[in-house]
Design a protein around this ligand. Structure first.
Ligand SMILES: [Zn+2]
Length: 68
């Protein structure tokens, strides 16, 4: 299980990017919202969408959930 966070800010494509907490490309802490622990990025992105985010996985740490 990894702990996932989501960027409060949308990227230039309008997505809130989901990251694991060890990702070097995660947003500054004041721009992070904790999603919690998930077994994979697809589950984390699904959860973020339920919360109302336009979520997409980070290209580097959540590649299996990266679409944008
Ligand atoms: Zn990342």
């Amino acid at each position: 299980m990894n702990k996932y966070i989501i960027n409060r800010n949308k990227d230039n494509k309008g997505y809130n990017e989901v990251h694991i907490t060890s990702c070097p490309f995660k947003p500054e802490s004041y721009n992070q919202v904790e999603l919690g622990y998930f077994s994979n990025a697809i589950e984390a992105v699904k959860h973020a969408k339920l919360l109302g985010y336009n979520a997409d996985g980070c290209f580097y740490c959540c590649k299996e959930a990266h679409k944008g």
